[in-house]
Ligand binder design. Structure first.
Ligand SMILES: Cc1ncc(C[n+]2csc(CCOP(=O)(O)OP(=O)(O)O)c2C)c(N)n1
Ligand SMILES: [Mg+2]
Length: 888
């Protein structure tokens, strides 16, 4: 590209400096790359000479692409303007119409009104629905702009009027349109949930990275596919939005494009009233190594810049803060003349020939298709790293008196007069009366604008967004494939974590599905004993291993590889969750059924990235969350912040999350096998949460016929020996060992015989029981059905003492069907640093406490002498007057 600056430098340089500038201009005119080289050389020289030459991260408040570098707009501007106007109207009509007939149903107009042109240029010229037989670009839409996306789909003929009218009325006869992008609710339409701010951009980064991972591992054909993330400027306040931007540059993700819709406002007010958000973001993204393209001013400003030979116009812009810019758009042209141009007489002179109306219509870059097109073009052609486009827009653009007002975000209804004005301004051929009711309007399918938009989409591969799940063609390994783990550890003391890692390594070696397994770690691999897997399949590193690892001469050295299989994310649970999301939705996005296993400290899972897990479920993600170092008393020594006693409570809140708390490796193997089968062979939209412990003990072999009970959540592990059982003991996770010890003590010391049950999932037992209960409630005239719990426990005697390493509320979930038999022991309260023995005594989940609880309950029921029960507490070394651990 050669460039000749035709305008003189718009700054008052001294004569001497002007000469230098002229020389520089000549160099640039010859070849801009020489210009860049010269500048770099000058900087280096300045540094040698001790002349301060700091790297500037922000540039003037100008478009990054100068006018003379622009290419002409390839589309039909008239037809595209028409299409955009129709979409604007229908987006507004659907929100307005709903609120008119159902006040308070809500919806957002102003986000889309600022975003419309940014999306339309993409839809007409960039967003590809496929690359040959390969899936197309991925678009993360700003969630609150969904009405605009629906309105376009409506014009494309993808929805009928009824569906549009049922926006936010999903429970009516015609399925309505969901408020925001939710694949769960519209599984053939939306791909990516984005409405919880910050989650979209974060997931987009890791999506782009996962795309490269698949390519480098030879699982995906490299294409020009892009990940586009449309982000609100207010949304950049979320740590999730900016927290991982350095990942994108480090990984050289030139398949990633962020478009920040800088309408300068969030919900309550300006994003940066006293500063400029575009400058701030420019500095941050450039500092992080991104290619930054600012799209600030529309083409009509170009003429003013060309005529301004003093540099004053630029100076005036650099003087204003966002609060000013917002006010300029909330007021009229006369105000702009007086308060913006009016500051300098030369600027007033500059716009002397323009009417107030013309001034009012001076566009911002984010509303100018030509500027946007050029930015997108540059972004898609940019190599070596990610691009961010900072597009300046107006919130509530075209919405009359609501435009750029602080209250505009919540604008759902407009006054009849404003609607009429809108229809007139955008030339929508519907009567005023219909406009006031928010009537949708769609020209006939042979209208030139509709033909044009259809043709554009056809050329780009079809409509978007669109979600299509392929046939997975996946055969899960049968249970006997896991015989090594269902057969027990042969008296060797191992943990469920160790058992899992060896299962994982086995899966990784599988000739069929091995390559589909994605182990994900947030710097905890060694804690889980993953060194051998690191050596076995390597850590994914897009540049390979450029250094000689210090442990290269050891068997289990730290191996990084371009086609490494492990995603070692470093210390970022949010980033790891984003990788898990990309991998767990690859079955639909890339049509490759990847099976992710994300291993992490269970304490830093649901409570740390719970919202991302919710979005993962919404996206119909599949895979295994493996909560390691689980249990409030099993994770010894670490104390209050590490000891997890509630992740199962949180797991139960996610409808598609199936959770298990296995005690033995065979239980875990059965769950993993069934999980792979259900998710990938049967295609169920569920995912798994499995807790793993780091306590070593001998793993028994799986009892005959236990598999079904393991999966349903309960099976009898060890029946009473020496007499009929007078009580039932429930145990799960590592605490099952305490329960087994309690069974022994009760029998030998107190002559009390009990059955021991392994409860692998209280959450699943409850769900099944609730479903049966619902059926019974809805069918009072039919024979009452029994749930699995009732059927399994039928005929058992005595109280049920349930102990686990989780909060009591976990087993308490079964109270509706087990009360008054049920007594629960759990780990309510903050963690403590100590060893397991002391922790279990403190939380009253050790064998002795279980014995005490059993005798106490039996005595309350008249089946054991109360005084003897009381005595037992002291015999067992239990302090009955200790502080309640739930409050300690
Ligand atoms: C995590 C989260 N917090 C709060 C909200 C509520 N909320 C919805 S829109 C919005 C303002 C968005 O402002 P911005 O990102 O600038 O988008 P704009 O509508 O201006 O394009 C807020 C706070 C949300 N959706 N998600
Ligand atoms: Mg905003």
């Amino acid at each position: 590209m050669t460039t000749k600056l035709e305008t003189p430098a718009q700054i008052d340089f001294s004569e001497e400096v002007s000469e230098w500038i002229e020389a520089f201009d000549d160099v640039v005119a010859n070849d801009w790359e020489n210009g860049a080289e010269l500048l770099a050389a000058l900087r280096q020289r300045a540094q040698q000479a001790g002349v301060p030459a700091p790297n500037e991260l922000t540039t003037h408040y100008l478009n990054t692409i100068p006018k003379h570098d622009e290419v002409p707009y390839p589309g039909d501007r008239t037809l595209e303007r028409r299409i955009e106007a129709l979409i604007r109207w229908n987006a507004m009509a659907m929100v307005h119409g709903q609120n008119k007939k159902d006040a308070g149903i809500g919806g957002h107009i102003s986000t889309y009104s600022s975003l419309a042109t940014l999306l339309e240029v993409g839809f007409n010229h960039f967003f590809r629905a496929k690359y040959g037989d390969q899936p197309g670009d991925f678009i993360y839409f700003q969630g609150h702009a969904s009405p605009g996306v629906y309105a376009r789909a409506y014009l494309e003929g993808r929805f009928d009027d009824e569906r549009l009218k049922n926006f936010r009325h999903e429970l009516r006869e015609t399925p309505g349109l969901s408020s925001y992008p939710h694949p769960w609710l519209m599984p053939d339409f939306w791909n990516f949930p984005t409405v919880s701010m910050g989650i979209g951009p974060l997931n987009a980064i890791y999506q782009a990275r996962f795309m490269r991972y698949l390519e480098h591992r030879g699982l995906l054909k490299p294409t020009e596919r892009k990940v586009w993330a449309f982000v609100g400027d207010g949304e950049t306040d979320e740590v999730d939005t900016l927290g991982a931007i350095s990942v994108a540059s480090r990984e050289k993700l030139d398949n990633l494009i962020f478009v920040v819709n800088c309408n300068l406002q969030r919900l309550d007010g300006p994003v940066r009233g006293n500063k400029r958000i575009i400058d701030e973001l420019e500095g941050m993204f450039r500092g992080a190594g991104w290619n930054v393209i600012k799209v600030i001013w529309g083409s009509d400003w170009d003429a003013l810049f060309e005529r301004d030979h003093t540099g004053l116009l630029l100076r005036r812009m650099d003087e204003c803060v966002d609060g000013d810019f917002q006010t300029f758009k909330a007021k009229d042209g006369a105000y702009l003349r007086e308060h913006f141009f009016g500051k300098y007489p030369e600027l007033l002179e500059l716009v002397r020939d323009m009417s107030d109306q013309q001034l009012e219509r001076l566009h911002r870059g984010g509303h100018d298709p030509a500027k946007i097109y050029n930015a997108y073009r540059r972004a898609t052609e940019h190599k070596g790293g990610p691009t961010v486009i900072l597009a300046k827009t107006v919130k509530g653009y075209g919405m009359g008196s609501s435009q750029a007002r602080n209250a505009t975000h919540n604008e759902k209804k407009m006054a009849d007069a404003e609607l009429a004005a809108f229809v007139k301004r955008f030339d929508i051929p519907i009567p005023e009366e219909a406009a006031a009711h928010g009537t949708p309007y769609r020209p006939s399918s042979d209208a030139p604008e509709i033909q044009y938009m259809q043709q554009r989409r056809q050329e780009l591969g079809g409509s978007m967004p669109k979600r299509q799940v392929p046939e997975l063609n996946f055969t899960a390994p049968a249970l006997d494939y896991f015989a090594e783990w269902t057969g027990g550890s042969n008296k060797r003391a191992v943990s469920t974590t160790m058992g899992f890692v060896s299962i994982l390594r086995h899966l990784l070696k599988d000739p069929k599905i091995g390559k589909l397994i994605v182990p994900i770690l947030p710097d905890e691999g060694r804690t889980f004993g993953m060194e051998s897997a690191i050596r076995q399949v390597g850590i994914y590193a897009h540049e390979g291993q450029k250094y000689n690892p210090h442990d290269a001469d050891m068997l289990l050295y730290y191996r990084e590889d371009r086609d490494g299989q492990i995603l070692e994310e470093g210390i970022t649970e949010a980033g790891s969750m984003a990788s898990f999301t990309a991998a767990g939705t690859a079955y639909v996005n890339y049509k490759i059924p990847m099976v992710p296993f994300y291993m992490y400290y269970s304490m830093f899972g649901f409570q740390r990235v719970g919202d991302m897990i919710w979005a993962f479920a919404d996206a119909r993600g599949k895979g295994f969350l493996m909560g390691g170092t689980a249990g409030r008393t099993t994770m010894l020594g670490e104390g209050l912040q590490h000891q997890d006693g509630h992740s199962h409570v949180l797991a139960s809140t996610v409808p598609t999350c199936i959770s298990y708390d296995p005690a033995f490796v065979y239980e875990l193997a059965v769950v993993v096998q069934d999980g792979i089968r259900r998710m990938y062979e049967k295609g169920e939209d569920v995912f798994y949460y499995i807790t793993m412990y780091n306590e070593d003990y001998a793993m028994p072999a799986m009892p005959e016929g236990a598999a079904e009970g393991i999966l349903r959540g309960l099976y009898k592990l060890k029946p009473a020996n020496g007499g009929p059982a007078v009580a039932q003991l429930f145990g799960s996770g590592t605490i099952l060992n305490e329960v087994l010890r309690a069974q022994e003590i009760l029998a030998t010391k107190y002559g009390v015989h009990t059955d021991v049950w392994s409860v692998t999932s209280y959450n699943e037992l409850r769900r099944e029981a609730l479903a049966v209960e619902r059926w019974n409630r809805l069918h009072p005239a039919e024979k009452e059905r029994q749930n699995y719990l009732q059927k399994t426990l039928a005929g058992t005697q005595g109280p049920i003492i349930a102990a686990c390493d989780y909060m009591k509320v976990v087993p308490d979930q079964l109270s509706p069907w087990l009360a008054p038999r049920l007594v629960t022991l759990g780990t309510d309260g903050f963690g403590r640093s100590d060893n397991r023995e002391h922790l279990r005594r403190h939380f009253e989940v050790n064998a002795e406490s279980i014995v005490g609880a059993t005798l106490s309950k039996l005595s309350r029921e008249g089946n054991f002498k109360p005084k003897q029960a009381q005595k037992a507490f002291s015999e067992l070394g239990l302090n009955t007057e200790a502080e309640d651990p739930a409050k300690a």
